[in-house]
Design a protein around this ligand. Structure first.
Ligand code: COA
Length: 303
């Protein structure tokens, strides 16, 4: 078995075994070109067999990237051809990615797995990873223009004057700790700190509720991810109470009505929430008729 850096010519062979990985399909075809071109990252494949013409061909892939701040690495896209599973191929890929991280001076590796993907969870646990946080993903399709009603809310877009209060709020927030102190960016979980908050505020993507002190915040991504421009994502959600959560969700659902541009030839877009699975979240989402799509476990280990 040889673990090596992927080449352009591997794409076709890899996509053959990465199209029906899950019930809903797979996303590797959406990210292959992005991952291949990304700096501070490695896209690996594993050659396992030789064909008659002596050409190796890939039977597995994975991607590792250095997170902002360079102390963490993010592992993603581990796929092994169904005919080659349980031969420690994924284990070899993980070892290679961890080695890459250590050489770059990172001290922690993390990855996310759907809660019902038991094989993958065991794979991570057998490779030294532990669960640090539980997340839930809500998604719903909405008409971009239409008659959805505007709901009352006291939530608002934060300004730089709110930065200290928001930092103080997070310092005391149990949800911040339970979230592993992270938010989501293009399906990667990164640390959320004062600098990140400042960046969100500057882009008008930090929503706050409560006066005079915050009792809830939400972070927004209005740009989509990969090549998808039809998604409005809530990438961190934190509230002290059910009513503050309701205020935030009302603001977010109101916002979509007025500010999102659907892609050409489309009249709808996807509203996605990625959030720590707090006690009040299912109740409030039900009230807004936003359906749970999947649950995830965030794993990490020291390097
Ligand atoms: C999950 C996956 C990557 C594992 O690849 P693999 O090469 O078969 O894994 P390994 O052989 O290195 O397995 C290492 C250990 O993980 C655990 N494991 C892996 N697959 C498992 C499964 N289907 N059921 C139970 N345990 C499993 C076992 O403990 C295994 O050790 P063992 O075989 O000695 O018992 C592979 O099944 C796959 O591609 N699945 C579909 C895509 C996917 O879920 N990717 C991960 C998304 S994060």
């Amino acid at each position: 078995m040889i673990v090596r850096t992927a080449k352009k010519s591997d794409k076709e062979e890899v996509l053959k075994f990465c199209s029906n990985t899950f019930e809903w399909g797979d996303y590797i075809h959406q990210v292959w070109d992005i991952w291949s071109a990304e700096q501070h990252s490695k896209l690996y494949v594993v050659d396992y067999e030789r064909r008659k013409n002596n050409n190796n061909f890939p039977v597995a892939i994975s991607h590792v990237t250095i997170c902002p701040g360079k102390r963490q690495i993010w592992l993603e896209g581990i796929r092994v051809h169904p005919a080659h599973r349980r031969k420690k191929i994924a284990t070899a890929l993980i070892a290679k990615m961890l080695q890459f991280g250590m050489r770059q001076g990172a001290i922690e590796a993390s990855a996310v797995v759907a809660t019902d993907n038991i094989g993958s969870r065991l794979m991570l646990e057998n490779n030294g990873f532990s669960v640090i946080s539980r997340w839930v993903y809500y998604a719903s399709t909405h008409k971009a223009v239409g008659s959805s009603r505007i709901r009352p809310t006291d939530a608002r877009v934060a300004s730089l004057e709110d930065l200290n209060d928001v930092c103080n709020y997070l310092t005391d927030s149990p949800i911040y700790k339970l979230s592993g102190k992270r938010y989501v960016k293009a399906w990667r979980w990164y640390f959320l700190n004062r600098n990140t908050l400042r960046h969100f505020i500057k882009k008008r993507n930090l929503i706050v509720t409560g006066y005079p002190s915050p009792n809830g915040i939400a972070l927004l991504n209005r740009c989509g991810y990969w090549h998808r421009r039809d998604a409005l994502q809530i990438v961190y959600l934190d509230s002290l109470s059910k009513s503050s959560l309701q205020n935030l969700v009302a603001f977010l659902t109101n916002l979509r009505i007025s500010s999102i541009k659907p892609p050409p030839n489309s009249h709808s877009y996807v509203l996605q929430f990625l959030a720590y699975q707090s006690e009040h979240l299912p109740v409030v989402m039900k009230k807004f008729d936003i359906k749970e799509s999947e649950q995830f476990l965030l794993y990490a280990r020291r390097l």
